[in-house]
Design a protein around this ligand. Structure first.
Ligand code: PLP
Length: 525
């Protein structure tokens, strides 16, 4: 009761204080007092103005304005299929293979089905089981379950299941011909989880920063924005197949230091997203030279290492580092490398299952413990995602029962991707005002579109960047959803569009060509 009276008095006092002639409020407070209604104190609801500015500043173009418009059009199509000039949305905006009809590899899913439902293993007789699953599927499922402590529903070690990390270490050792240690491997929720950990560690304020390639994958600028750290762009050279210029990298480092920003890390995406370029061993050596001179942690984003075409060999950064360390003893001992891989890409395409790993090279035990602490804050990555990492790095081997079927499926995916990449590349080459570097790997093309002054002015009048305007018009005319090059950053004054070549069929390529011709004619200067 006393509390209520106090509240009423408060209301009266506040109303009186604010009133200065406002009789309505005074009347209200008198009424409230009369009826002795409790007026609970109320805090202000939070609005966008209250949100952490770092979060507000972070941008992520692959799920930006154009994909949002695509979602709205998808809903419109579902409600009224005749209302648009196309019958479906083609999601060429994101490297999400299974959204675009890529079939999951049977071996993976058979093993996963058993570890998710171990009753099948435990309750069926061996004869019944062998009718459903090949022996190597059963063996792998049993091993994965045992390594995980019996159930994938239990938290694992924060660093990832030890047995799975052993498999990853074996894979790296075979790939590079250099030893790898399971203690240096962290299993993560996709490569994105690794990036979040490493950038959080070394990029924590505007006074330190990370060198990122331009064009870049927006995960990097977004994560740096979340950490309120500086992105230090270095430009890839489009005309020479998106090559990396070590002199320019060094200039960026020197310039940052002059401005009071300490460069701590450098990102190298190889094979490149969105460029599709693959770095040569010489290119990689030159990057390590700069990294060694300025003490930069090298983040090697190698999630597309399986996506190579035209026999251009992918060489891991770890392998090149080890060669440098052997041939020039002492000169590269200080280099620290974090290399990333993921189940989302390659022929696996298991983006939704969130699995990946990072290998740490050249870090002290103390630093690794801090990374472990960071990993333990989110307990552990999804355990089935971890199991898929094991499956990705150790597919059925020749002579094993699932080998032939698995190879057939892998080759079919690989060939389809290669064919579509070259088809789309040829289509872009044939379009007026468009040039496009030949993709050597990854899943994307990044054509340059020399938009006219008229198109640029029209975009400005709509409050859009010119490439965003092109993407919007493309989407509204054909249903093809792409990402404006500005989301990946680009040389000022140039305009690009990023598209995946994952979408099946060729009709969408034809409708893009038709759209472009009309757009071009309508926007001639
Ligand atoms: C270059 C690059 N790195 C990292 C990622 C994130 O991959 P994940 O799904 O493993 O988090 C992507 C996704 O498209 C990517 O293109």
């Amino acid at each position: 009761m006393l509390g209520r009276i106090a509240i009423v008095r408060n209301v009266q006092r506040t109303a009186l204080k604010r009133s200065t002639g406002c009789s309505v409020l005074r009347q209200f407070s008198v009424q409230a007092a009369l009826f002795k209604q409790p007026v609970p104190p109320k805090g202000r609801s939070k609005t966008v103005d209250d949100i952490n500015k770092c979060v507000l500043n972070a941008k992520y173009a692959v799920r930006g304005r154009i994909p949002l418009l695509a979602e709205a059009l998808k809903t419109q199509l579902a409600e009224n299929p005749e209302s648009l000039p196309f019958s479906k949305i083609i999601n060429a905006n994101i490297g999400n293979p299974q959204q675009l009809d890529q079939k999951p590899l049977s071996f993976y899913r058979q093993v996963i089905s058993l570890i998710q439902n171990p009753d099948i293993l435990n309750q069926l007789s061996p004869a019944e089981l062998s009718k459903l699953y090949k022996p190597d599927v059963i063996e792998r499922a049993q091993r994965l379950l045992k390594d995980a402590g019996g159930s994938v529903g239990a938290y694992s070690q924060s660093q990832g299941v030890a047995g799975y990390r052993e498999t990853v270490a074996d894979f790296i050792a075979n790939r590079d011909g250099e030893p790898a240690n399971a203690n240096d491997i962290f299993l993560t929720s996709g490569a994105s989880g690794s990036v979040a950990h490493i950038l959080q560690l070394f990029c924590s304020s505007p006074e330190n920063g990370c060198l990122i390639p331009i064009p870049q994958y927006p995960l990097y600028t977004a994560t740096l924005a979340l950490n309120n750290a500086s992105a230090l762009p270095y430009f890839l050279d489009e005309e020479s197949g998106w090559s990396t210029d070590p002199q320019q990298i060094e200039d960026v480092v020197k310039d940052a230091i002059k401005r009071g920003v300490t460069p701590t890390t450098i990102v190298v995406i190889n094979p490149g997203n969105p460029t599709g370029a693959i770095l040569s061993a010489e290119n990689i050596e030159a990057i390590f030279e700069v990294a060694a001179r300025y003490g930069l942690v090298v983040i090697a984003d190698e999630v597309y290492q399986e996506n190579g075409f035209d026999d251009v060999e992918f060489i891991s950064m770890k392998k090149v580092l080890r060669v440098l360390q052997k041939t020039q003893p002492g000169a590269y001992d200080n280099v620290q490398l974090v290399s990333l891989h993921s189940i989302s890409k390659g022929v696996s395409g298991e983006c939704g299952q969130r699995g990946g790993y990072m290998e740490l090279v050249g870090f002290s035990e103390e630093v690794k413990q801090v990374i472990l602490k960071l990993a333990s804050i989110s307990l552990c990555p999804v355990v089935t995602g971890q199991a898929l990492v094991d499956l990705m790095v150790s597919p059925p081997k020749e002579g094993e029962p699932s080998y032939e079927q698995d190879q057939k499926e892998r080759n079919a995916i690989h060939e389809a991707l290669k064919e579509r990449a070259s088809l789309l590349h040829r289509a872009f080459q044939s379009l007026e005002g468009v040039s496009c570097q030949k993709p050597l790997g990854a899943m994307y093309l990044f054509p340059k579109i020399d938009l006219s002054k008229k198109a640029i002015a029209k975009a400005g009048s709509l409050g859009m960047t010119p490439d965003e305007y092109y993407c919007k018009e493309l989407l509204e005319a054909t249903g093809i959803c792409t990402v404006p090059g500005s989301g990946f950053h680009q040389v000022p004054g140039t305009f690009h569009v990023r598209t995946t070549f994952l979408a099946p069929g060729t009709e969408w390529i034809e409708s893009w060509k038709e759209f472009h011709e009309k757009f071009w004619d309508a926007h001639r200067d």
